[in-house]
Design a protein around this ligand. Structure first.
Ligand SMILES: O[C@H]1[C@H](O)[C@@H](O)[C@H](O)[C@@H](O)[C@H]1O
Length: 607
């Protein structure tokens, strides 16, 4: 039986010690190789026995899981608020008569605000601590949710989306840091990765909520956007009772509280060794850290600078390998593969989000078993290969793209560029046009490229498709895709992509970033790398359609594939393994030139 008395969880402790031992046995990590790290570890004990002892001492306090759960609600809100907007927009654009500029504004202002506030979050974290920042973020989320759900017009909506973005930036950089700082080293990877599991969980729940409330055409969006208040309020309430990170407390000189909190979150076991190790590394850091603003000190202190390059690089490659365009365009991709009903496409997009969630769960299971480095490398290779499958599907579809055979004689269309296109491929790449066609069995006939109705992309402005698809009349309207028989390859690429991306490249940039900086640089380092993530997110989503117009869909996905391969080379050369190490033991890994991890890896396989 599991017995928890608020401080201790007896059964968990015993069970976990055994597991920890087994995992340590399995460990063959690169971190043992560099002499400086070895020397560092040898001062106390051999790395393996230190880790063995540590896992026995730490046990697995239930309290740490509670902390991780309440913190990861921040991840849930991250996923929910970025995911819910696409479904809400379908209703909002009709309800508030939104132009495409307003639609783009409402989507991207949140991500833009998150980029700015994640940078500010670094400063606030250092000054007021992780707990206050999480409380602040959940308060902002709640306020944003309320503003959105009662918004009488688009201007207020914009304010609400901006407010949500401010909360997102702070939460996205604080939560992984907080979880990493309270977790015992052998569980850290898993617990921080749970935050990304909550992100993808939030995206999935958002798509389900979108599906459910899409049946309420007038007020559905209010529920979609407003429901985020529930997890935000829950997190706020929870954090009123949860403690500050002991590492931050120690850094601020609050030694008494730091020891108390550490004892509490370690389930009451003796924390002397861990406490001493944090304390002495803070003392050492004071010597390393130098003078001036933190960012300047990071840039001028080689190990911290290298960690920053690794952290920002990982976040950049996460976004450059196209996750958010794949997620955003999943409905289109699914429509290409033959799903023509809009409602059905919404539900299948929910299935895509669920796949992303499911494979992130695999990442949670793998991270402390195979380690961050191998997981990320394998994920990047698989991601690059599946992007090629996706691109090949689009390429074959483009080559088999049906020609335009029917030119309507409507004088009002004579100024439209849509009627100048000769093939479906070029027609669908122009966001102002759609493809109207008939069917004879499975053969596409009587095809035309028509201007789309600006208020409702499900229909053409004029002609046979002005009422959208009407299967009974044998008339079909394709917006953003072409009818093709190669779409199963695209679908296969999509599934493979999620299966490879979600366990590794999805969570690892957040996990690794939460561990690699010395304490004095942790808030600022995470703020910068989260800022890079959000900036690249805006960049990729805003440029996707334009790049697709000049490079075509397959060109774009080949490009992302190339970028994922570049990411592979970067991780190979620059990212060390941090599995099983205490946060204080990670800094020395950056004491050498970055490309050494590649050399060590080659050395390992030669052996
Ligand atoms: O780690 C997350 C996750 O992979 C999400 O699915 C994605 O939308 C985010 O941009 C990313 O940061």
């Amino acid at each position: 039986m599991i017995h928890c008395d608020g401080l201790k969880c007896v059964q968990c402790q015993r069970g976990h010690a055994g597991l920890g031992d087994r995992r340590v046995e399995d460990e063959r990590s690169l971190i043992k190789t560099p002499s400086n790290v070895q020397a560092n570890n040898q001062e106390h004990d051999s790395p393996t026995s230190t880790r063995q002892k540590r896992s026995v001492q730490h046990g697995s306090p239930c309290f740490v899981y509670t902390l991780a759960f309440f913190s990861a609600l921040g991840g849930f809100l991250f996923g929910y608020d970025t995911g819910v907007v696409s479904g809400a927009m379908l209703l909002l654009k009709r309800e508030m008569n939104l132009s495409s500029l307003w639609q783009e504004l409402l989507v991207s202002i949140t991500v833009g605000a998150a980029a700015v506030s994640s940078l500010a979050g670094g400063y606030l974290n250092g000054l007021y601590g992780r707990r206050i920042c999480i409380l602040l973020a959940s308060f902002i989320f709640s306020a944003g949710g309320i503003i959105l759900s009662v918004a009488p017009n688009k201007e207020v909506l914009l304010c609400g989306r901006l407010t949500i973005g401010l909360g997102l930036g702070i939460a996205s950089m604080t939560v992984p840091v907080y979880i990493a700082e309270v977790s015992p080293s052998e569980l850290r990877g898993q617990l921080v990765t749970i935050n990304t599991l909550f992100i993808t969980g939030g995206q999935f729940i958002a798509s389900v909520v979108d599906g459910v409330f899409s049946y309420l055409p007038h007020d559905g969006w209010r529920y979609m956007l407003g429901l985020s208040v529930v997890p935000a309020a829950l997190q706020f309430l929870g954090f009123l009772f949860l403690p500050e990170s002991p590492r931050w407390l120690l850094q601020k000189g609050d030694t008494q509280n730091a020891r108390l909190v550490l004892t509490r979150i370690r389930g009451g076991v003796n924390v002397d060794e861990e406490y001493e190790s944090i304390r002495s590394s803070i003392e050492e850091e004071k010597i390393d850290a130098g003078e001036g603003p933190v960012l300047w000190r990071i840039l001028t202190f080689a190990p911290a600078r290298r960690a920053l390059i690794v952290g920002c690089g990982l976040q950049m490659f996460q976004q450059l390998s196209g996750i958010n365009t794949v997620m955003y365009y999943s409905a289109t991709i699914l429509q290409m593969s033959g799903v023509q009903d809009d409602q059905m496409a919404i539900w299948l997009a929910a299935a895509t989000a669920f796949t992303n969630f499911l494979f992130t769960l695999l990442g949670v299971w793998l991270v402390d078993r195979v380690g961050r480095r191998k997981l990320t490398l394998g994920s990047l290779l698989g991601t690059a290969a599946s992007l090629m499958v996706l691109a090949t599907g689009f390429l074959l579809s483009a080559q088999a793209s049906p020609p335009v055979t029917f030119h309507p004689n409507d004088p009002s269309l004579h100024n439209s560029t849509c009627i100048t296109y000769g093939f479906c491929e070029s027609c669908m790449l122009n966001p102002d046009c759609g493809f109207c066609y008939g069917k004879n069995g499975t053969v596409v006939i009587e095809t035309s490229c028509m201007p789309v109705d600006a208020a409702n992309t499900e229909a053409a402005v004029a002609g046979r498709c002005s009422n959208g698809t009407q299967e009974s009349l044998g008339v079909f309207w394709a917006y953003n895709y072409c009818p093709t028989s190669y779409s199963w390859i695209v679908l296969l690429g999509l599934i493979l992509y999620l299966a490879f991306f979600a366990p590794g490249m999805g969570p690892m940039p957040w996990t690794v970033n939460s561990e690699i900086y010395p304490l004095w640089a942790r808030s600022t380092g995470n703020a910068c790398s989260a800022g890079v993530n959000w900036l690249c997110n805006v960049l990729v989503s805003l440029t996707f359609l334009h790049v697709a117009q000049s490079l075509t869909y397959y060109g774009v996905f080949f490009l992302y594939s190339g970028l994922a391969l570049l990411g592979f080379v970067f991780v190979l050369g620059c990212v060390p393994e941090t599995k099983g190490l205490r946060l204080e033991e990670i800094e020395p890994l950056f004491g050498r030139q970055l490309q050494m991890w590649c050399l060590l890896w080659i050395h390992e396989i030669r052996k």
